[in-house]
Ligand binder design. Sequence first.
Ligand SMILES: Cc1ncc(COP(=O)(O)O)c(C=O)c1O
Length: 366
Amino acid sequence: MKASNKMIDLRSDTVTTPTPEMIEAMSRAELGDDFFRDDPTVLDFEAEVAGLLGVESAMLVISGTMGNVVSAMALAPRGTSIILEAAAHIHIKESGWPSTIAGLTPRPVQGIGGMISPTALADAIAVGQSRLSAPASLLCLENTHNAAGGRVMSPEDLAVLAGMAHESGLNVHLDGARIFNAAISLGRSVSDFVQPVDTTTFCLCKGLSCPLGAVVAASSEIIEQTRRWRQILGGGMRQAGVIAAAGRVALRTMVDRLAEDHQNAKLLATRLRDAGFDVDPSAVDTNIVFVNLPTGDFDVDNLHSELLEGGVRISPVKAGRLRLLTHREVTQREALVASDLIAKACGAARGRQPSGVNKARVEAIY
Ligand SMILES: Cc1ncc(COP(=O)(O)O)c(C=O)c1O
């Protein structure tokens, strides 16, 4: 259930709370011990995911990060390197697990809009063929690409990169935390994105609104290995049917509605562009909007506190950019209200030095 005093929360799609139908399903789920593969709700859910994605097997994990870690550990031997886009979530936002946990050297490749070009991939693979480098064993792709603003890579582009990697003997993992957003955005089946790769992770707790959970999907042989790595990481679960029950509801009721989040993100971007902001609505493929703030003096502390006063939450401004996410708990009307408030608060913050006055309060809230 949602806390009262509803704010328009644009910090992330992870702030979504479970629907009443999910809570009902969680409370009624038939449960068992998943260590013994005895939890019927987990078994059903994993089979449903495998069918939907067109793979042999699937495994529930606690988070998207854990799904990425266990996939990489199943696919890439220690002492090798992983090729990923320079701003990939795995590279910049997962606390450095490739080196600290998996013994892998990251080989970041600069992409455009989150996409690695075939030429850049060929170069990165070639570097690993030198005796002086850790040989590349894994390509990790991200779709949608979070730090590029939720950009979508088509299944065809993805297949080209995956095919090149496979030809060179690399495995391929897809960090598909928001793969359903990608599928809905292009009107494609989610399995089209999954077929070219060896492992896929997707999250249940972002746009799909579950309280927690993610899934790894792959061949049965690979899932057996990820199951062992999950155990080693302390991620083995018992009556995990409570999570799977919400996941089942999410797959049946939360996927098609992602289109609304995409429309609201486009609306937000268009309104802010029309109000004179540096934002490109045509680059909004899904539910993430980046707005470049005006250069020069700008009181970000005041911006945050004005928005909070007005009932809008945003993430702290980074690199002069606002990052706004839409989701099930932001209606079309709220997207309009938020864009007006952001425009007004930015106007007030413009031309002023950061005051620092409201900083402590803003930090306390985040
Ligand atoms: C692209 C991407 N991959 C992985 C993750 C990690 O998911 P989690 O927070 O469930 O570990 C995120 C989270 O935002 C993400 O955006």
